[in-house]
Design a protein around this ligand. Structure first.
Ligand code: ATP
Ligand code: MG
Length: 140
Protein backbone atom coordinates (compact mmCIF):
# COMPACT_ATOMS: atom_id res chain seq x y z
CA UNK A 1 0.00 0.00 0.00
CA UNK A 2 1.36 3.44 -0.90
CA UNK A 3 1.84 5.54 2.21
CA UNK A 4 3.42 8.80 3.27
CA UNK A 5 5.66 9.40 6.25
CA UNK A 6 7.61 12.29 7.75
CA UNK A 7 11.39 12.05 7.88
CA UNK A 8 13.64 14.55 9.64
CA UNK A 9 17.39 14.73 9.37
CA UNK A 10 18.15 15.98 12.88
CA UNK A 11 20.65 18.79 13.69
CA UNK A 12 23.52 16.30 14.17
CA UNK A 13 22.92 14.81 10.71
CA UNK A 14 22.85 18.25 9.07
CA UNK A 15 25.91 19.63 10.89
CA UNK A 16 27.94 16.48 10.20
CA UNK A 17 27.28 16.67 6.45
CA UNK A 18 25.07 13.58 6.24
CA UNK A 19 22.10 15.01 4.31
CA UNK A 20 23.21 13.49 1.00
CA UNK A 21 23.99 10.11 2.50
CA UNK A 22 20.60 9.84 4.20
CA UNK A 23 18.71 10.96 1.09
CA UNK A 24 20.61 8.56 -1.16
CA UNK A 25 19.56 5.67 1.09
CA UNK A 26 15.93 6.65 0.57
CA UNK A 27 16.34 7.00 -3.19
CA UNK A 28 18.15 3.67 -3.51
CA UNK A 29 15.28 1.98 -1.70
CA UNK A 30 12.47 3.09 -4.01
CA UNK A 31 11.30 5.82 -1.66
CA UNK A 32 10.14 9.04 -3.34
CA UNK A 33 10.66 12.45 -1.74
CA UNK A 34 7.54 14.50 -2.43
CA UNK A 35 8.32 17.53 -0.21
CA UNK A 36 11.46 18.86 1.45
CA UNK A 37 12.61 21.90 3.45
CA UNK A 38 15.36 23.02 5.82
CA UNK A 39 14.14 24.74 8.98
CA UNK A 40 15.64 25.81 12.29
CA UNK A 41 12.98 25.02 14.89
CA UNK A 42 12.47 27.26 17.90
CA UNK A 43 12.43 25.54 21.29
CA UNK A 44 8.63 26.03 21.38
CA UNK A 45 8.24 24.39 17.97
CA UNK A 46 10.45 21.47 19.02
CA UNK A 47 8.38 21.05 22.18
CA UNK A 48 5.21 21.08 20.08
CA UNK A 49 6.55 18.52 17.64
CA UNK A 50 7.64 16.11 20.38
CA UNK A 51 4.66 16.82 22.68
CA UNK A 52 3.93 13.07 22.97
CA UNK A 53 7.18 12.80 24.94
CA UNK A 54 6.50 15.77 27.26
CA UNK A 55 6.42 13.59 30.38
CA UNK A 56 9.62 11.70 29.54
CA UNK A 57 12.82 12.52 31.44
CA UNK A 58 14.68 13.25 28.19
CA UNK A 59 12.10 15.79 26.89
CA UNK A 60 14.01 19.01 27.75
CA UNK A 61 17.28 17.70 26.42
CA UNK A 62 15.65 16.29 23.26
CA UNK A 63 13.84 19.53 22.44
CA UNK A 64 16.97 21.63 23.09
CA UNK A 65 18.89 19.35 20.76
CA UNK A 66 16.18 19.48 18.07
CA UNK A 67 16.22 23.30 18.16
CA UNK A 68 20.03 23.58 18.29
CA UNK A 69 20.46 23.91 14.51
CA UNK A 70 18.72 23.39 11.18
CA UNK A 71 16.92 20.18 10.33
CA UNK A 72 15.79 18.83 6.96
CA UNK A 73 12.15 17.74 6.93
CA UNK A 74 10.86 15.54 4.11
CA UNK A 75 7.69 13.74 3.16
CA UNK A 76 8.57 10.27 1.91
CA UNK A 77 6.18 8.27 -0.23
CA UNK A 78 6.27 4.62 -1.19
CA UNK A 79 5.01 1.12 -0.58
CA UNK A 80 4.83 0.45 3.16
CA UNK A 81 7.12 3.47 3.62
CA UNK A 82 6.40 4.03 7.33
CA UNK A 83 7.85 0.67 8.29
CA UNK A 84 10.44 0.73 5.50
CA UNK A 85 11.83 4.05 6.72
CA UNK A 86 11.93 2.80 10.33
CA UNK A 87 13.87 -0.25 9.13
CA UNK A 88 16.37 1.91 7.22
CA UNK A 89 16.75 4.15 10.32
CA UNK A 90 17.40 1.33 12.80
CA UNK A 91 16.58 1.16 16.51
CA UNK A 92 16.33 4.35 18.59
CA UNK A 93 19.52 3.42 20.46
CA UNK A 94 22.27 3.06 17.84
CA UNK A 95 23.84 0.33 19.98
CA UNK A 96 20.79 -1.85 19.31
CA UNK A 97 20.44 -0.86 15.65
CA UNK A 98 20.99 -3.47 12.95
CA UNK A 99 24.10 -3.29 10.77
CA UNK A 100 23.75 -1.13 7.70
CA UNK A 101 21.09 1.12 9.22
CA UNK A 102 21.44 4.90 9.35
CA UNK A 103 21.62 5.02 13.14
CA UNK A 104 24.09 2.12 13.42
CA UNK A 105 26.34 3.72 10.81
CA UNK A 106 26.23 7.33 12.06
CA UNK A 107 24.61 7.88 15.47
CA UNK A 108 26.81 8.73 18.42
CA UNK A 109 24.31 8.77 21.25
CA UNK A 110 20.74 7.61 22.03
CA UNK A 111 19.53 11.20 21.60
CA UNK A 112 21.73 12.34 18.71
CA UNK A 113 20.55 9.64 16.35
CA UNK A 114 20.55 11.46 12.98
CA UNK A 115 16.98 10.84 11.84
CA UNK A 116 13.36 10.91 12.91
CA UNK A 117 10.64 8.86 11.25
CA UNK A 118 6.91 8.72 11.94
CA UNK A 119 5.85 5.47 13.60
CA UNK A 120 2.23 5.00 12.39
CA UNK A 121 -0.24 6.39 9.81
CA UNK A 122 -1.92 8.63 12.42
CA UNK A 123 1.35 10.17 13.66
CA UNK A 124 2.58 10.50 10.05
CA UNK A 125 -0.47 12.60 9.15
CA UNK A 126 -0.07 14.87 12.19
CA UNK A 127 3.70 15.25 11.71
CA UNK A 128 3.40 15.95 7.96
CA UNK A 129 0.92 18.75 8.61
CA UNK A 130 3.22 20.17 11.31
CA UNK A 131 5.85 20.93 8.63
CA UNK A 132 4.02 21.16 5.29
CA UNK A 133 0.90 22.68 3.78
CA UNK A 134 -0.82 21.19 0.72
CA UNK A 135 0.83 23.58 -1.73
CA UNK A 136 4.26 22.33 -0.68
CA UNK A 137 3.55 18.68 -1.52
CA UNK A 138 4.35 17.38 -5.01
CA UNK A 139 1.60 14.81 -5.35
CA UNK A 140 1.34 14.63 -9.16
P1 ATP B 1 12.03 9.41 16.54
O1 ATP B 1 10.66 9.67 17.13
O2 ATP B 1 12.98 10.59 16.69
O3 ATP B 1 11.95 8.89 15.13
P2 ATP B 1 12.12 6.85 17.84
O4 ATP B 1 10.69 6.74 17.41
O5 ATP B 1 13.07 5.79 17.42
O6 ATP B 1 12.74 8.24 17.35
P3 ATP B 1 11.19 7.75 20.43
O7 ATP B 1 10.95 6.80 21.54
O8 ATP B 1 10.03 8.31 19.69
O9 ATP B 1 12.21 7.03 19.40
O10 ATP B 1 12.09 8.93 21.00
C1 ATP B 1 12.20 10.16 20.30
C2 ATP B 1 13.63 10.63 20.34
O11 ATP B 1 13.95 10.95 21.69
C3 ATP B 1 14.67 9.59 19.95
O12 ATP B 1 14.88 9.46 18.57
C4 ATP B 1 15.90 10.13 20.63
O13 ATP B 1 16.45 11.24 19.90
C5 ATP B 1 15.32 10.65 21.94
N1 ATP B 1 15.34 9.63 23.01
C6 ATP B 1 14.59 8.52 23.10
N2 ATP B 1 14.87 7.81 24.21
C7 ATP B 1 15.84 8.51 24.85
C8 ATP B 1 16.57 8.32 26.06
N3 ATP B 1 16.35 7.27 26.84
N4 ATP B 1 17.50 9.25 26.38
C9 ATP B 1 17.72 10.35 25.60
N5 ATP B 1 17.07 10.59 24.44
C10 ATP B 1 16.14 9.69 24.07
MG1 MG C 1 9.26 8.27 17.76
Amino acid sequence: MTEKTLSIIKPDGVSRGLIGDVISRFEKNDIRIIAMKMVHLSIEQARGFYAVHSKRPFFDSLTQFMSSGPVVAMILEGDNVIEKNRTLMGATNFKDAAEGTIRRDFATDIEKNIVHGSDAPETAAVEISFFFNELEVCNK
